[in-house]
Design a protein around this ligand. Structure first.
Ligand code: NAD
Length: 510
């Protein structure tokens, strides 16, 4: 007997195939959510707590897939008390034991990565393959930080006996962390790994829009045997929670990833309490392209890099500053690659770019594009929303964008690239440094001299030459200028979670 019903249903798995746009049905998305999306809870002092909250929206369909619980004031009070208790236990545990527990958490995440990737794609929209890479990166960071936590050495400063000076590096205390929606597991993963490796406890307020990544992260730490109270997870009204956590006597450090205006607001609140902060804020990454590179190949690499996470990355390459001798060939190749990207639901085969994460980003794209074209920019590719289900947007290329266009000055945080001409690499450096951002920068050149010039003169916390990877677990990542301060990753990242204490000891009383 032919199973007609399932045959018909399978034919409708991908209902919309229009050029390079591929979509699952809304029913198929619902089935995936039912099978994989976790039953979201707050996790405080090891307890899983249900509360009413807000819907979580799937950006591919615009439909609700779950409800994220919102913490009450009593929950917030409980979370700081738990972190205080957790800090005493965790900071006194041997670094070797802490490393073992953190590595066990990473193993659990690796074992669960196929399922977690489905949830991340459901809530954030990126293709499943990119969700898997994100989980893998989170695990690499946990493992690297876990090992490095055993090497937070102090110093002994030579002095006149019987006096000794010893510098200790101690965990700073309970940390309040606020993470965004663009990397649901990697962004909170970095914050939790850094804090735990240094011996701190943490209260994580992760994004209400993409809560499953953080939920799975914290669940893995608990399943690995990290004591209750060491890692606490809450959601709720962001402004209320951040104010509560910053004003609490228990928290000793605030770490935030998000937009510059929110970062400035939180830094000001923390200053009122004289609390240190780590601020990982927005960027507007320039890509400086020298005349002697292969414009076709470099442009392909750049267009693919721009499409990662639909451009919603603080280090996304955005301002392509291309030497005028190769400009036309670079632009043609970039446009060709942009037009050939396979866009659609993150569950579709071979999808390279998913939807933007929410309606705010979709509207922002349209506003940036209209403003730039009104002011004289050329729309070389894309420019429009795709379909009317979910939040899909074409990869958009704007050429010859004037300085007064909004997108030339404000981070687009979406699938939008600016490709402009420069007369020389000196010119490119001046344009790159003109904005108040300073997170990531990229360059393509075959000249060692130019590379050295760039290394010294481009104003950014990270510069990658001839590739588009801004950071790995063992390197420090963070910004200068309005892109923030403090670092995540590398030994510098762990230093941010410690204090330095100098012990001066006269070893004899006579
Ligand atoms: P937004 O400024 O409204 O919010 C940014 C983030 O901050 C969100 O996660 C939000 O929940 C949180 N937030 C807002 N007010 C807060 C408060 N008072 N206390 C604590 N948290 C608060 O912007 P958006 O529309 O969500 O995102 C777009 C902009 O955010 C982008 O232009 C980009 O600059 C920035 N962003 C940056 C990163 C990054 O990795 N640096 C990540 C996500 C968003």
């Amino acid at each position: 007997m032919i199973p007609w019903r399932s045959l018909i249903e399978s034919c409708f798995f991908y209902t919309h195939i229009d050029g390079m746009f591929v979509m699952n049905t809304s029913q198929e998305n619902k089935n995936i959510a039912k099978r994989y999306y976790p039953d979201l809870k707050l996790i405080i002092d090891g307890e899983y707590i249900s509360r009413d909250g807000n819907p979580v929206i799937n950006p591919s369909t615009g439909e609700a897939i779950a409800e994220v619980p919102f913490a009450t004031i009593a929950d917030l009070e409980k979370s700081v008390d738990a972190a205080s208790k957790g800090f005493l236990e965790w900071s006194e545990m041997s670094p070797a034991k802490r490393e073992g527990l953190m590595r066990d958490a990473a193993s659990i995440l690796r074992d669960r990565s196929d399922e977690i990737a489905q949830s991340i794609t459901l809530e954030q929209g990126k293709p499943v393959a990119q969700s898997k890479v994100e989980i893998q990166r989170a695990c690499e960071i946990i493992e690297w930080d876990a090992s490095e936590g055993r090497r937070t050495y102090g110093r002994v400063i030579p002095s006149q006996m019987p006096l000794t000076h010893t510098v200790l590096r101690k965990p700073i205390g309970p940390v309040a962390a606020l993470s965004p929606w663009n990397f649901p597991i990697n962004s909170p993963g970095r914050k939790v790994a850094g804090a735990l490796a240094a011996g701190c406890s943490i209260i994580l307020k992760a994004s209400e829009e993409t809560p499953a990544g953080a939920f799975e992260l914290v669940r893995a730490y608990h399943d690995a045997g990290v004591p209750p109270g060491v890692v606490n997870l809450i959601f709720g009204v962001p402004a209320e929670i951040s104010e509560f956590l910053i004003n609490s006597d228990i928290t000793r450090l605030i770490t935030f990833t998000g937009s510059i205006p929110v970062g400035k607001h939180l830094a000001a609140l923390a200053a009122g309490q004289m609390k240190p902060t780590i601020m990982e804020l927005g960027g507007h990454a320039p890509v400086l392209v020298d005349e002697a590179v292969d414009p076709v190949e470099v442009a392909k690499t750049c267009a693919i890099g721009k499409s990662r996470n639909a451009g919603q990355v603080c280090v996304s390459p955005t301002r392509f500053l291309v030497h005028n001798r190769i400009y036309d060939r670079f632009l043609d190749s970039f446009v060709e690659q942009a037009n050939s990207l396979k866009v659609g639901d993150g569950f579709g085969d071979g999808i390279e770019m998913g939807p933007v994460a929410n309606e705010r980003r979709l509207n922002a794209m349209q506003e940036f594009i209209n403003d730039a074209t009104d002011k004289g920019a050329t729309l070389s590719a894309g420019g429009h929303q795709i379909g009317n289900q979910g939040y899909f947007h074409e990869m958009t290329v704007l050429a010859d964008v004037p300085d007064n266009a909004r997108v030339a000055n404000e981070e687009p945080f979406g699938p939008l690239a600016i490709v402009n001409k420069v007369a020389s690499m000196d010119d490119a450096i001046n344009v790159a440094n003109k904005l108040p951002y300073g997170l990531a920068a990229y360059a393509f050149t075959n000249s060692a001299y130019v590379a050295e010039q760039l290394a010294h003169r481009v104003e950014s916390g990270n510069l990658s030459i001839n590739h588009l990877v801004a950071s790995v677990a063992e390197t420090p990542f963070g910004g200068i200028k309005e892109s923030g301060y403090g670092r995540e990753g590398g030994t510098e990242g762990l230093d941010c979670y410690t204090i330095v204490k100098n012990i001066s000891h006269l070893t004899s009383t006579v």
